[in-house]
Design a protein. Structure first.
Length: 133
């Protein structure tokens, strides 16, 4: 699948609280929930399985932002750069529309570094949204 050029409409919003120790949270009034989640651990993931036709992933851009790999149904479909010269509020950084609704899984992943010990930056997340019909 290829990402769509326009952000998916927000019909249902889901903030993922990952139980994995690789993720931490930071309170922020700009976040959809109470704060953003973040990780700089290579290959750390957050996923949402949903029934729907549209999905979007929301994240802020940050001065310490890294890159995020986006997977749809276990296939890498995009790499998103979250680095910015100044912190910016969350927005849909990736969206996709399928021809019809079905069960899907969206995953964001901190990329594995291509060089041992190299910093990947921080993957910031503000959750997912999807249309369930």
């Amino acid at each position: 699948p290829q990402p769509s050029s326009a952000a998916a409409d927000v019909y249902k919003r889901q903030v993922i609280d990952s139980p994995h120790e690789a993720w931490a949270s930071q309170q922020n009034p700009e976040a959809f929930g109470v704060g953003f989640s973040w990780s700089d651990t290579p290959e750390a993931t957050q996923s949402l399985t949903f029934h729907g036709q549209r999905v979007a992933w929301h994240a802020p851009l940050r001065v310490d932002g890294g890159t995020a790999e986006v997977l749809l149904d276990n296939e890498v479909v995009a790499t998103i750069d979250l680095l910015a010269p100044s912190n910016q509020p969350p927005a849909a950084r990736f969206s996709y529309v399928w021809p019809e609704a079905d069960w899907h899984t969206i995953t964001i992943r901190v990329p594995a570094s291509s060089r041992p010990g190299a910093a990947t930056g921080i993957l910031w997340s503000d959750g997912f949204s999807f249309q369930d019909k």
